[in-house]
Design a protein around this ligand. Structure first.
Ligand SMILES: Cc1cc2nc3c(=O)[nH]c(=O)nc-3n(C[C@H](O)[C@H](O)[C@H](O)COP(=O)(O)OP(=O)(O)OC[C@H]3O[C@@H](n4cnc5c(N)ncnc54)[C@H](O)[C@@H]3O)c2cc1C
Length: 347
């Protein structure tokens, strides 16, 4: 890395309608570990925020962004054109800051936006990129990373030499789970440095215009982002998934599944949870007709409360569950949906 100077690792924060998504916390936690594995004092954790000019950052905003880990420094990139996410705006503003500060590594969550601007920035500046990492470490001249292949059926560890800096990394959301907030957060309050990058109106070409932001129906929410998940397995049967979807809609939960259910085509493959599916971290996870095989439960380790519905009292899922219901899942889901409907009508 550049001589004896202190290199910078940037976490680019992402926002959704003004609220910092939880993923920022887990990327900061992973980045903090990268700093700790690097020779002491030679790598600094910094965060980057892009936004429209606003009144001074309040304590509250700093608190919301850094509930667990505080970086050494927060770079705020302010420009009118950054009020809303645009590919061109992010690429132009970050290219400018990279030239100003020359960081060693830039990481962000592999959300839809993250997967949009990061490769474009890499292509424009000719920088190395490792996409969709499950973990990564920085060495003096190389980047080590763990990634999933073939839809998660295999893992590969790579070591990429870094002839050019900075390198770019996207981190799969939900991999680590959201670290619990600590009081006070680790580290001192960050030094805040605000930049106003000289971006002309031509940067915001209007080739892409945001017309509206519409939230998906709860059951269509990406599993990694879902706060509540109702998942079904073999014990639910194909027909049971219709009842599960009704219940999920009423509860405002996303639909998940075991591999048996996705392999049989009862629900789309993107809904599979587990070692070769998605890792999720909801507040509530309801497993219906799922036995609790290790390959499934490895994907729900970060779930806060687990409820299991299964007629077999020896099913391994009960060892993990906070609440277990012995019985037929379809019957329980039907009854629970009726109760929720009655409650909705009553209010
Ligand atoms: C390399 C590899 C990777 C894998 N990756 C994954 C993965 O990512 N995700 C995954 O899920 N699996 C994965 N698997 C498969 C995994 O090992 C299990 O086979 C699978 O999770 C079992 O799914 P299940 O719980 O739906 O079915 P089962 O294990 O057959 O369990 C069905 C359960 O339903 C209960 N049941 C029966 N009737 C009812 C009823 N009326 N109401 C409620 N419950 C009922 C039964 O008591 C039973 O406990 C993988 C396997 C391998 C080898």
């Amino acid at each position: 890395m550049r001589g004896e100077s202190v290199a910078e690792l940037w976490v680019v924060l992402q926002e959704y309608e003004g609220l910092p998504p939880e993923y920022n916390q887990e990327v900061l936690a992973e980045a903090q570990e990268v700093v700790e594995h690097y020779p002491a004092g030679r790598l600094q954790l910094c965060a980057v925020q892009l936004r429209a000019p606003l009144p001074d950052l309040t304590e509250k905003s700093l608190e919301e962004n850094f509930r667990t880990i505080r970086p050494e420094r927060l770079y705020v990139l302010e420009h009118r054109g950054l009020a809303q996410y645009t590919t061109e705006g992010y690429v132009a503003a970050l290219s400018w800051l990279i030239r100003e500060r020359e960081p060693a590594l830039i990481v962000t969550s592999a959300t839809a936006n993250g997967q949009d601007w990061v490769p474009r920035l890499a292509a424009q500046l000719g920088l190395p990129l490792v996409a969709r990492c499950l973990s990564f470490r920085l060495e003096q001249e190389a980047l080590l990373s763990l990634r999933a292949l073939y839809g998660g059926r295999a893992y590969v560890q790579t070591r990429m030499r870094l002839p050019r800096l900075p390198a770019l990394v996207t981190f799969v959301p939900g991999t680590r789970g959201i670290p619990p907030a600590t009081h006070p957060p680790r580290g001192r309050p960050p030094e805040v440095i605000t930049y106003r990058p000289p971006l002309g109106t031509e940067t915001f070409s209007q080739r892409l215009r945001s017309l509206a932001v519409e939230a998906p129906a709860a059951e269509e929410v990406e599993l990694e982002a879902a706060e509540k998940i109702v998942a079904g397995g073999r014990g639910l049967g194909r027909e049971g998934f219709a009842e599960l979807a009704t219940f999920a809609r009423l509860l405002g939960a996303a639909v998940g599944a075991s591999r048996v259910a996705t392999d049989r085509g009862w629900v789309e493959p993107e809904r599979q949870i587990g070692a070769t599916g998605k890792s999720v971290s909801p507040r509530l996870y309801i497993a219906c007709g799922i036995s609790g095989a290790a390959q499934h439960t490895s994907g729900i380790r970060e779930a806060q409360t687990i409820v299991a519905i299964n007629p077999d009292r020896n099913a391994p899922i009960f060892a993990l569950a906070d609440l277990g219901l012995l019985g037929d899942a379809r019957e329980v889901l039907r009854r629970a949906a009726e109760l929720l409907q009655e409650e909705t009508v009553g209010t």
